[in-house]
Design a protein around this ligand. Structure first.
Ligand code: ADP
Ligand code: ZN
Length: 613
């Protein structure tokens, strides 16, 4: 956009910020804590911005960068993310660029010139690049309006995204005195929050903490019975939509992707073992098309800004609540209904505990990791609304206080619990009588009185506990074991090939001093109640216009070599369908239509609307 005009027209005030929000971005009002963050930056103060994915963090530094004199520097760890943001800004008519290793010498020179001439509103750089002497030298010669540090949790050594380069960013305080700095992240517990402020040497930062709730995401966790069949049933509700399926290993990613293709889904694998070209191509298709499913290890996702991801499915457990929240947060950034769905079973619990226990890390670090894993496992097992404890983990509460959310599996289909005290005692006895040397499968055989080879070999049919558990099926026993492991009543010993062993907590339970209620694993959860958040369905009579609008967007996107959502979001097309503007002025009133996009595409969409009158 005409930055000089903007700068001249508006002193950096909140009124100016609102004008930029409307003219450049096409939005009516600030969201959540955006106003506080922008206000701090305009006053020249540091800020720490915590907002969930999709909360609108980028505007917090983009608007001050447009209003204050000089160029805004954005530190971002991922090339894909930088490119995405720069593309989107250019579409809005904002002069932005990135400096990274993908650029040739000539391109870099050209950017340096734009920077020196003061034309650039925003410059994105990777941390290691920023801290190179020649980059710092270059930046010292120009006016810097603001320094934004995106994905600021990368500075936390406890976090799963720790990056060494981030630690050196504290030098920016001395290198650019007087320039406001803003740290932004979507994942931060209160502890990480303090760590960020401290390690980045923020000066009394304005805290801008947006709610962590993502009300449009529906959380659901199922017990793993037949993962593929469960996944297929889940995906049946998402035909023709884009989503991500996470698995732990590359091998599994490949197998699931192939299997999904066989089931008629447009699925692509994504993991660190694929060539850079294959990864880029799969990501390009995911971003550029409407209904691609990416099956990925966690290598995929950070820096993916696709707003219309309709589901995130986990076939394996993530490592912690932080990872879970971050990964599921990639769904529904556009605010439309989306699903976060996960299956897990005893095997996952055992496997993840093992990974933590056998890591090379120090004891303190391991204890910390164990803690985080336990928090996640406990959350999987709960029988009440899932949203409250999820938010509580991040020090947040639902907007309406303590009410149930009505949009998670436990709210929609409250799980039954049962008095499992007696069953748990039988199980612990069986573990004890067999010498704490056997895994779940054998212990269940003993409880059921199955005459297996192993039973014969160890003469376990002679034990008093042999066959005392016939009232429950094998699957029910596995469910009991899983829950007892999560609750700490029994432990899986990785040094003894996954043998179940008793813990200090077992004793009171064995003695009958505590009562235990467990969750009844329903195998085929049906959603009984109607969810609060309904799919934004297109009415039949609007179908033709809707399809035509999307087709128009797709054609423009292809011409420009951009993903469709960079042209307009679904939400903006929805508004076109609803309000059917017939003039450019009316079009400008829609959310997501700013000056630049109006000039570029307004007429073409008006044509489509006129044709459907
Ligand atoms: P984050 O970086 O926090 O994940 P983004 O900055 O990508 O989120 O914003 C998410 C989406 O919300 C974007 O499409 C953005 O254009 C939109 N958005 C941001 N602020 C507003 C606002 N004030 N009104 C309407 N939409 C907004
Ligand atoms: Zn709920």
């Amino acid at each position: 956009m005409q930055r000089e005009a903007l700068n001249a027209a508006a002193r950096p005030t909140m009124a100016g910020a609102l004008a930029v929000l409307r003219d450049v971005f096409g939005y009516d009002a600030f969201r959540g804590r955006q106003e506080a963050a922008i206000g701090a930056a305009l006053e020249g103060r540091d800020a720490l911005v915590l907002m969930p994915t999709g909360g609108g963090k980028s505007l917090c530094y983009q608007i001050p960068a447009l209003l204050r004199a000089g160029t805004g520097i954005v530190v971002s760890p991922l090339i894909a993310l930088m490119e995405d943001q720069v593309r989107a800004l250019r579409e809005l008519g904002v002069d932005a660029a990135f400096l990274n290793s993908t650029l040739g010498w000539r391109e870099q020179q050209e950017i340096v010139e734009r920077l020196r001439s003061g034309a650039l509103a925003l410059l994105y750089v990777a941390p290691e690049r920023l801290l190179q002497p020649q980059t710092l030298e270059l930046l010292r010669g120009v006016a810097v309006s603001i320094i934004a540090i995106d994905e600021a949790h990368c500075v936390s050594q406890w976090g799963h995204d720790f990056r060494q380069d981030y630690l050196a960013l504290n030098r920016l305080a001395e290198l650019f005195p007087g320039v406001p700095r803003m740290a932004l992240t979507a994942t931060a517990t209160p502890r990480t929050r303090e760590e960020i402020a401290e390690r980045l040497a923020l000066a009394e930062p304005q805290l801008c903490i947006g709610g962590f709730d993502r009300p449009n995401i529906r959380y659901a966790v199922q017990t793993k019975t037949d993962a593929r069949r469960q996944l297929a049933r889940f995906l049946g509700q998402h035909r023709g939509e884009a989503g991500i399926v996470y698995c732990l290993s590359r091998k599994k990613v490949e197998a699931i992707a192939e299997w999904l293709v066989g089931q008629g889904f447009d699925a692509l694998p994504y993991h660190a073992g694929l060539s850079a070209e294959a990864r880029a191509e799969h990501q390009r298709r995911f971003l550029g098309e409407d209904a691609v499913i990416i099956v990925a290890t966690i290598a995929f996702g950070m820096g993916i800004d696709k707003p219309d991801v309709r589901f995130v499915a986990h076939l394996d457990l993530p490592k912690s609540m932080e990872s879970y929240y971050q990964e599921t947060g990639r769904a529904g950034r556009d605010g439309e209904p989306a699903d976060a769905w996960m299956v897990y079973g005893l095997q996952d619990v055992v496997q993840l505990r093992q990974i933590v226990d056998s890591s090379e890390a120090g004891e303190e670090h391991k204890r910390h990791e164990r803690h985080k894993l336990d928090a996640l496992l406990g959350w999987c097992e709960i029988t009440e609304c899932r949203r409250r404890p999820l938010l509580a983990y991040f020090g947040d509460r639902p907007a309406d206080g303590g009410a149930d959310c009505g949009n998670c599996d436990n709210c929609l289909n409250p799980p039954a619990t049962w008095d499992a005290t007696e069953a748990a005692r039988k199980l612990l006895s069986a573990v004890y009588r067999t010498g704490q040397r056997f895994g779940a499968a054998h212990v269940v055989d003993v409880l059921l009185g199955n005459e297996t080879d192993k039973v014969a070999q160890h003469r376990h049919s002679q034990l008093s506990v042999f066959g005392i558990g016939k009232e429950l099926a094998a699957a029910a026993w596995r469910s009991v074991i899983r829950q007892l492991v999560v609750l700490g009543y029994v432990r899986v010993d990785p040094d003894r090939f996954g043998a179940l062993v008793l813990t200090p907590q077992s004793r009171p339970l064995l003695r009958g001093e505590v009562e235990l209620r467990l969750r009844e694993d329903s195998r085929e959860p049906v959603l009984r109640k109607k969810p609060k958040v309904e799919r934004g369905a297109v009415p039949e009579e609007d179908r033709a216009l809707w399809d035509a609008l999307r087709e128009c967007r797709r054609r423009i996107a292809t011409e420009q070599g951009l993903p469709p959502y960079v042209i307009f979001h679904d939400a903006t097309l929805m508004q076109m369908m609803e309000y059917r503007p017939t003039t450019l002025d009316a079009m400008l009133g829609l959310s997501g239509v700013g000056q630049a996009k109006l000039e570029r595409y307004g007429e073409r969409f008006l044509d489509v609307i006129r044709q459907h009158e």
